[in-house]
Design a protein around this ligand. Structure first.
Ligand code: TYM
Length: 326
């Protein structure tokens, strides 16, 4: 299978990004061919400061490598280093009904929150479709919030194939059932735009502080509680061993514990879990040339694939250099 996914450099990665998506990249890279990219073109719809975007793109590369993405196994690159994708976006745009984009919840939600939408935000799912289709990807590992966009991608590919013949491979979303929608500190979906995130590479002290501020209900300590309906427990479950999770669930059901205790256990577990990645990241930051070489080699490989697909698509719809026409 060919696996592809992208992640926006709009802020430092949070637990939702890691458990929903990045962990899948790492699990899949050994058995499958993988293309993973930093979606800086998508980030242009939110970050308006050139230096900040450059810094966040760089941080994203270091973070992904530190977390275990292996350039010996998978291809890591920056989205804008493959201009073929932007060209494919236009072609797909001509097959995109407006109504399809109007129904996309990411756009609808932002609009509802009063964020003025530009055409970039509106057509965002078309660029994402081009990202996926440009590499003939079969599987797209993502969190729940991206599923609708992958449906759009399938619709556009089907429509193009219908008009011009089988040019595109239809991709499938790949979700992890336990981590497709990681909750944030307020119990809603963890998201950079909701300011409820817990960062993967946060320093220990502020990181612990944010964990201690996770919102909980005010039921009395002695009351037994259902772990499954508690977002603090759901977060703990991401890190704990089977045994630790079982013990914590039993404690919930018996009652007689404080949420502070659970938060301490969560903070300890998270710190221990990300400690090796933190060390690797510090090491990588000392070797920027190596990281630049990895991204350059990744972009070259990615471009070769995308150019082949674009060529096939241009021929299919009649915009390739004329050969026998006329
Ligand atoms: P982005 O940058 O918002 O998020 C990156 C990945 O993290 C997942 N994710 C979550 N998973 C579980 N629980 C959460 N709370 C949570 N928050 C985020 C996202 O589902 C995503 O998989 N449009 C994409 C980037 C993109 C892309 C692509 C993805 C651009 N082109 C092509 C796949 C294929 C985005 O904004 O993800």
């Amino acid at each position: 299978m060919r696996v592809l996914s992208g992640i926006q450099p709009t802020g430092r990665f949070h637990w939702g990004n890691y458990f929903g998506a990045i962990q899948q990249y790492i699990d899949l890279q050994t058995e499958h061919e993988g293309f993973y990219f930093i979606a800086n073109l998508h980030a242009l719809t939110t970050i308006r400061d050139a230096r900040e975007l450059q810094q966040l793109t760089w941080d994203a590369a270091l973070d992904l490598l530190a977390l275990g993405l292996d350039p010996g196994k998978a291809t890591l690159f920056v989205q804008s280093d493959v201009p073929e994708v932007s060209q494919l976006t236009w072609i797909l745009m001509t097959c995109t009904p407006m109504g399809l984009l109007e129904r996309c919840h990411a756009y609808k939600e932002k609009k509802a929150r009063g964020i003025t939408a530009d055409a970039g935000l509106f057509t965002y799912p078309v660029l994402m479709s081009a990202d996926i289709l440009a590499y003939d990807a079969n599987w797209v590992p993502v969190g729940q919030d991206q599923v609708q966009h992958i449906e759009v991608c399938r619709d556009l590919a089907t429509s193009f194939n219908h008009h011009y013949g089988e040019a595109f491979v239809l991709p499938e979303a790949r979700l992890l059932s336990d981590a497709a929608k990681v909750p944030g500190t307020d119990g809603e979906k963890m998201s950079k735009s909701y300011n409820n995130t817990l960062a993967v590479f946060e320093d220990s002290k502020p990181g612990r502080k944010r964990i201690m501020r996770i919102q909980t209900d005010s039921r009395p300590m002695e009351e037994p509680k259902d772990p499954e309906s508690d977002h603090l427990f759901q977060l703990f479950r991401l890190f704990g061993s089977e045994q630790a999770i079982q013990e914590m669930a039993d404690m919930y059901r018996q009652g007689g514990f404080g949420y502070g205790q659970v938060k301490q256990a969560l903070a300890d577990a998270a710190e221990a879990y990300f400690a090796p990645a933190r060390d690797r990241r510090a090491g990588l930051a000392q070797h920027p040339d190596t990281v630049r070489d990895i991204l350059r080699a990744g972009a070259k490989r990615a471009r070769e694939t995308a150019a082949e697909v674009l060529d096939r698509v241009e021929q299919a719809c009649g915009i390739s250099a004329p050969r026998n026409a006329g």
